[in-house]
Design a protein around this ligand. Sequence first.
Ligand code: HEC
Length: 379
Amino acid sequence: MPSHSPETDEPKSYTFAWSATIVLILVYVLGLLIFPPLYDAPKGEASSLVLFIGRFHPIFLHLPVGILTVLCLFELICSTRRGEQKYGDASLLMLLLGSAGAVLAVFAGIMLSREGGYVGGNFSLHQTMGLLGTAGVLVGLVVRLIAMGRGSMELLNAYRALYFVSFGIMGLGAHFGGNMSHGNTFLTKYAPAAVKGPMVSMEKLFLSFVEKPKEEKAKPQAEEKTEPKPEEKAQPKPEMAEKPATPPTTPPPAPAGDEKLVFQHVILPVLTAKCNKCHCEEKSKGKLRMDTYEMAMNGGENGKNFVAGNLKESLSIERILLPDSDDDHMPPEGKDQLKPEEIELLKWWVEQGASGTQKVSDAKFPATLQATVDGILKG
Ligand code: HEC
């Protein structure tokens, strides 16, 4: 039996809703073909327009979050025939708007990921669940429209099941997105013990599906226990030398290198690239900024960020060397990680005094790091 509007008793056709739905699905499918979701670093630079739109992801995502949450409540009311008669149309409108918001957020998210550095477990889960949840809600929209056209309560119930599952997937995906910007412990940090355990293990379980088993990074930490002799320690382990950032043939030192400073021109670029998206003027996570020598040395909440000649006391080095899966590991999981050579370079710099004034021409970089240093100096 087709549903009837109370005033006219005419069957409703939902032409507008159908057209909007078809447009949305077309946009979703075509959009994914044009901007496919990536799980590896993007190749090549995205246009600045794409990157500009990408930055709206954190804004757009509030649309579906808000609308679809209210819709949950409405769908509960609509599960009775009377509720559906009264609020069915309102629910349909919300579903339509929420789906449109989700599609918008998905594409802004994909564009944001083109900035690079979005890899890892949290990111994979966030992207996959966002895509699946949105697809589920779009299919739900079609099912709801068919059900409303036919006035079928069974089909409406089927739709609602699909909707709640999709909403759940989306919500979980959103959580892993939150982890990416606030760190894995953000939500669980102050959780009561009874809740915290299950939450953390659920999270680990999900992450274990998408994360490749990592070789234990605990080794370098253990080595730190013995006070290192600078010359010896600066030699990177053979496995680290396997993947040089630049071809192993060392180019002649740049002639302009004479007046360049080790911190300013070799160390800072690494910090800028891998750390200072979160530790700079606009964002100083952990109250730590590293955009100048003084700030990098002074450290954040816990101070002692780089202690000359002492790797163990240097908080940044300590956190870099923690296993990737450790919540305190830097950069946080899912963010662009330091290359082994970059880690060696930072360690070398701290060990030989964490100087802010040493000139590149005076520095004795370990031979194995020369190629990396030259690469950084060349920009
Ligand atoms: C995606 C953002 C992000 C990036 C990139 C990042 N960090 Fe952090 N960092 C944080 C957040 C958030 C905190 C505060 C929470 C915590 O202590 O874990 C933090 C805290 C720290 C602290 C503790 C400061 C203190 O005094 O308590 C250190 C040290 C640190 N980061 C070093 C680094 C280094 C070194 C890099 C680059 C190799 C880096 N971070 C990259 C987000 C980031």
